[in-house]
Design a protein around this ligand. Structure first.
Ligand code: ATP
Ligand code: MG
Length: 727
């Protein structure tokens, strides 16, 4: 028997070694589902002599895939390389690239991220003359995404109302732009893979033959397209091993449907089911609290979770005066615990919405404690990083119209939006793409048939860009990625453009260098993989490998992870549960599952925090304690004293943050004098350029304005000093 098998309990052992063709492992958090899945792969290879080449394993995040790969490397050695192991998106991208001949795009297609998708939708709304305030790009994007997850093209979308009709029309145009850009979005990766298999039996057969075993983690969060994909991939050998927990289904908004668990059982009537009950992760108090919370949900299979790890400390509950005090409490508490010998990496702070990280980040910066923020925004969302990626994407695939629009005037070369529109129009009139026209201008100059269709000033500027693009393409064919990277930077004088000698400029240049370091890692593998991996970095993915600092992350991103001490903040009605869920019992049940996922990440200690009032666009609003706290039996809770007004934080020493008038807030009762700025306004600042006002507050005689700048991110400024201009 393999050594590793000795450490399994009987149910786990049965799951790992089962000879059932279809097996469903349903079990609560921390019961070893992921571990069982990993060991089963090792068992199949080492004991049953299945070739790793014939195994496909699907994880929910890239991080989970990496962890699993590392573990399997130890058990399988080199064999691990032949294994297909990754997220649904990564696996689909790989399939689509290999089978591009059967698809309406080339195999060097780019993957549009959420930002790109929004910008396409905005463009379409503009083209169709639709007001984007009435029809929010985000909500249209939602409609499109749901349609794709349900495998519906534009013509299958219902148009019973005017609103639906608009969404349908936008969807149509959106698809056209994707196709002409040789691009796909995230949902397409799945949708096209399923279509590919439906329409090409011989391709389905090929993959079906290959994958003797298909294994899936976090099965409760599969959506319809993913479920169908799994069926196709296992359509020859029918060996499916899936693990999941219906109580942890938290991606309903992405089309996940935990009824897939039932569907699995009815689609495979001979499937076997194994339940695991022992929890290896958490102390009993944490489990009891989690259980009490989830028991409030109706229509679920009751489960009993037990742990042999002892009771552990009670659940701490801290009731802060306001949101600033909430953040300060958490950071203070962590400072104390680190001082008494705990490692920073043992802590995680979880919240419902991304925006909640800001005050926590500020508090960490003030305390001079390094922290890790999970979220793609941090690096890949930065302007300079996106610029360079767009240049590379464009060189790789000149049809990428989103990237073209982004960089054609970077650094400014006098190509305004008017010229860009003309370019687009002329291309369309000639049944070409903008890049075709550009390349023609670049190559032929005044001899190009398009030269005269522009003013001579525009023509020569476009020709200049076109020739750069042409040269980079040529250069890229015969030179490694890092050289291409440097060549582009040099040709456009990018350093001089972004690095204005200020600290901010330095920071931007550092980001470019960071990206360049990444490009070096792809020297061998090349630009396609480089771009693909960047595109696939999703929020869940940037959990750092070295765990030396506290981690800040959303509850959604916490799936599958574990930490010694977990803080969940914002336990107020309207935040957790989120205001959107208050009217809808299904949504409410999902919020509860989300909270449950958060609680069950804790190995030893759980701290819940709430704030009596929160600033909301410049005003304080009183909050009510989350109903979820009532669900936890009082005897499991230790209420930590309300530390009214106490703040013990080291002075601000981090350079990136403006010294803000950080009031310990006893609520401001006096009527503030009128503010000049308002949340939602666009403003410009002499150094940082344009940004969006996020929040304003009257403090003393001055107005404090928090602005999200495109260049440097969030800044809190005193209005009298900053002299922001309203645009
Ligand atoms: P989640 O639902 O949160 O994803 P899970 O069911 O996948 O949880 P795992 O992450 O596989 O649970 O396991 C939780 C923890 O328990 C891990 O640290 C794992 O190594 C440990 N563990 C699982 N089974 C055993 C076992 N038989 N002996 C010792 N430790 C175990
Ligand atoms: Mg797991």
């Amino acid at each position: 028997m393999m050594d590793a098998l000795k450490n399994l309990n009987p149910q786990q052992h049965e799951a790992v070694t089962s000879s059932a063709r279809q097996l469903l492992v349903l079990a609560g958090p921390g019961s070893g589902k992921t571990r069982v899945l990993t060991q089963r792969i090792a068992f199949l290879v080492n004991e049953n002599k299945v070739s790793p080449h014939s195994i496909l394993a699907v994880t929910f995040t890239n991080k989970a895939a990496r962890e699993m790969r590392t573990r399997l490397e130890r058990m399988l050695g080199k064999g691990v390389n032949a294994l297909w192991l990754g997220t649904f998106h990564a696996i689909c991208a790989r399939i689509l690239r290999s089978e591009a001949d059967a698809l309406p795009f080339d195999n060097n297609f780019v993957i549009m991220d959420a930002d790109d998708q929004q910008s396409i939708i905005k463009r379409v709304l503009k083209d169709l003359n639709i007001d984007d305030k009435l029809y929010r790009p985000a909500s249209i994007h939602n409609v499109i995404s749901n349609a794709k997850n349900a495998m519906q093209g534009p013509d299958q979308v219902k148009s019973r109302t005017y609103r639906e009709e608009i969404s349908k029309r936008v969807y149509e145009q959106y698809e056209k732009i994707l196709r002409s850009s040789n691009a796909v979005d995230f949902d397409d990766l799945l949708m096209w893979s399923v279509r590919l298999f439906e329409e090409n039996p011989q391709i389905r057969e090929k993959y079906g033959q290959r994958f003797e075993h298909v294994l899936v983690d976090e099965f409760q969060d599969t959506n319809q397209a993913q479920y169908e994909l799994l069926k196709h991939l296992s359509s020859v050998h029918h060996c499916l091993f899936v693990v999941g927990d219906e109580d942890q289904s938290i991606y309903r908004w992405r089309g996940a449907d935990y009824r897939n668990v039932l569907r699995f059982q009815s689609d495979y009537p001979k499937s076997e089911k194994i339940l695991l009950e022992r929890n290896y992760r958490s102390t009993q108090n944490v489990l009891d609290a989690a259980q009490a919370v989830i028991n409030q949900n109706k229509s679920r299979t009751p489960k009993n979770l037990y742990s042999k790890r002892g009771e552990g400390p009670l659940i701490s509950l801290y009731d802060a005066v306001d949101d600033h005090a909430e953040a300060a409490y958490v950071v203070d508490d962590i400072v104390d615990r680190i001082a008494s010998g705990q490692e920073g990496g043992e802590f995680a702070i979880m919240y419902r919405t991304n925006a909640q990280s800001r005050l926590l980040e500020e508090a960490f910066l003030r305390a001079n404690i390094p922290y890790r923020l999970v979220g793609a925004q941090r690096f890949y969302g930065r302007r300079e990083v996106k610029d360079i990626i767009s240049f590379l994407r464009l060189v790789h695939n000149t049809y990428d119209s989103v990237s073209l629009a982004r960089v054609i005037n970077v650094p400014p070369r006098g190509v305004g939006s008017k010229t860009l529109l003309d370019l687009d129009q002329i291309a369309q009139n000639n049944n070409l793409t903008s890049s075709d026209v550009l390349l023609s201008l670049g190559e032929l100059g005044q001899k190009s048939p398009f030269w005269d269709t522009f003013s001579s000033r525009s023509a020569s500027m476009l020709a200049h860009f076109g020739s750069l693009l042409m040269n980079w393409r040529e250069f890229g064919q015969s030179n490694p990625l890092p050289d291409l990277f440097d060549r582009i930077l040099a040709d456009i004088g990018y350093k001089a453009y972004i690095d204005d000698g200020t600290e901010m400029g330095d920071g931007r240049w550092e980001n470019v260098l960071e990206l360049r370091r990444l490009a070096y890692e792809y020297e061998e593998r090349g630009i396609t993989e480089f771009l693909e991996n960047i595109a696939l970095v999703s929020d869940q993915d940037t959990v750092p490998e070295e765990n030396d600092a506290p981690t800040l992350l959303t509850l959604h991103a916490a799936k599958g992870l574990e930490f010694s001490h977990v803080y969940i903040v914002g336990l107020d009605e309207g935040l957790l549960p989120h205001s959107r869920s208050l009217e809808d019992p299904e949504e409410m049940a999902e919020e509860r599952r989300l909270f449950y996922v958060g609680i069950t990440r804790a190995k030893n200690h759980l701290t819940l925090v709430r704030a009596g009032q929160r600033s909301n666009y410049g005003r304080f609003e009183y909050t009510m304690e989350s109903r979820f706290i009532d669900d936890i039996p009082e005897e499991l809770i230790k209420r930590e004293g309300v530390r009214l007004g106490v703040q013990r934080l080291t002075p601000l020493s981090h350079p990136r943050w403006e010294p803000s008038s950080y009031e310990r807030s006893t609520p401001k009762k006096e009527t503030p004098k009128e503010s000049r700025y308002q949340a939602g306004m666009r403003v410009t600042h002499s150094t940082w350029g344009s940004g969006l006002v996020v929040e304003t507050r009257i403090l003393g005689n001055d107005e404090t304005v928090t602005v999200m700048f495109e260049s440097v991110g969030l800044k809190r400024l005193a209005a009298s000093v900053a002299r922001l201009e309203i645009v």
